[in-house]
Design a protein around this ligand. Structure first.
Ligand SMILES: *Cc1c(COP(=O)(O)O)cnc(C)c1O
Length: 348
């Protein structure tokens, strides 16, 4: 007997390949002669790492970054000519998996360098130029890496989203000084926001992430193009009299006789609870305000002004990352990576 067909999803993300590609091309153009990679960790910022890699590889992106070795197998097989790098480096218990996979570590500690040195393989390495997070200390980097084949030497900016912050220039200068003493195939410093800091920060290679996926500002100051549009199905429509309440804590009270649509979308899907009462849905261009609290699996919208809606219809749920971030008090990064596994991700 063949297995039963998979049940249809009740929520979906409509993903826009053209917007993803246009965002990457904007970064690539902004860095001129430098190479433009793509950070696709955390499943491509929640939107789909494999789908992102395939699309960006097809338009010329060669360097991709994930955080963990566990993120590598779902990306295979890699298209020809792609270099996949693992930002957390490699530990002893990851070594055998790492040697069997077509990716290379960005080594972040002296112990990792010693471990990888025994393999005789090329590496990448991270210098901590002032963030005090991951990476080799500037003073130790040249000695620790002596004799290693370093394909790319990286550093990472702590304050790139604040162009006025003095740490940007301090980190750039520190990394330049270390780079002068460490031979490498290429030098890389900038994330999405770092690219906007200008050519002095571009070096040979850049690693944009959030700006590819609809968050943050692009190098020209515009907001990144939204890549994922959210839709959820109306499970039930209910007529609520004036004075009736909706949802947990009765947080919404109808001020007029109202029609409430309850949709299959909740904070378990990454539709943040902070959007309660402040977000909206859209039905054929009519704006339908959120009614009450977002719960784990459900959210409600006041669709009184969209009388043609029926149970089973799809509602458009605006989720442009920066707007949703400011409405919910979270960041576009947190919102994107929290997008859940119940969404059907549909690429166009
Ligand atoms: C995540 C990450 C990036 C991408 O940063 P965005 O702010 O998303 O552009 C670049 N470099 C490193 C080391 C990262 O960890």
């Amino acid at each position: 007997m063949s297995p039963p067909p998979p049940p249809p999803p009740q929520a979906r993300l409509l993903l826009d390949s053209a917007a993803l590609i246009a965002n990457w091309q904007d970064f690539a153009r902004a860095v001129g002669g430098a190479a433009c990679g793509a950070a696709i960790k955390a499943d491509g910022y929640g939107l789909g790492a494999r789908e992102t890699l395939v699309r960006l590889a097809a338009v010329g992106c060669r360097h991709f970054y994930v955080a963990h070795w566990q993120e590598v197998p779902p990306l295979l097989p890699l298209p020809d000519g792609i270099i996949l790098s693992v930002l957390h480096g490699v530990t002893a218990d990851e070594l055998s998996a790492a040697l069997a996979l077509p990716a290379r570590p960005v080594l972040v500690t002296a112990a990792q360098v010693a471990l990888w040195r025994q393999t005789g393989r090329p590496c990448e390495a991270m210098v901590d130029s002032g963030m005090n997070r991951l990476g080799l200390a500037p003073a130790e980097t040249a000695d620790v890496l002596a004799g290693m084949e370093v394909a790319v030497l990286h550093s990472h900016l702590a304050c790139a989203d604040n162009p006025a912050h003095p740490l940007n220039e301090a980190q750039r200068a520190c990394f330049a000084e270390v780079s002068a003493r460490v031979p490498a195939g290429a030098y890389a410093l900038a994330n999405s926001a770092g690219i906007a800091l200008g050519p002095a920060f571009h070096l040979d290679l850049v690693r944009p992430g959030i700006g590819l996926f609809g968050g943050g500002l692009m190098p020209d100051g515009r907001v990144s193009r939204t890549v994922g549009r959210m839709q959820a199905r109306i499970i039930q429509l209910r007529d609520v009299p004036a004075g009736g309440s909706v949802g947990y804590a009765a947080a919404f009270v109808a001020s007029r006789p109202s029609r409430i649509a309850t949709v299959a979308l909740g904070y378990a899907d990454g539709y943040a609870r902070g959007l309660s009462g402040v977000a909206w849905a859209s039905a054929a261009g009519v704006r339908c305000s959120a009614a009450g609290r977002v719960s784990m699996d459900l959210a409600a919208f006041d669709v009184t002004d969209a009388p043609a809606l029926a149970e089973g219809d799809w509602l458009d749920i605006p989720f442009d990352p920066e707007t949703a971030a400011s409405l919910s008090g979270r960041t576009s990064y947190e919102l994107l990576v929290a997008l859940g596994q119940r969404f059907e991700r549909v690429w166009a």
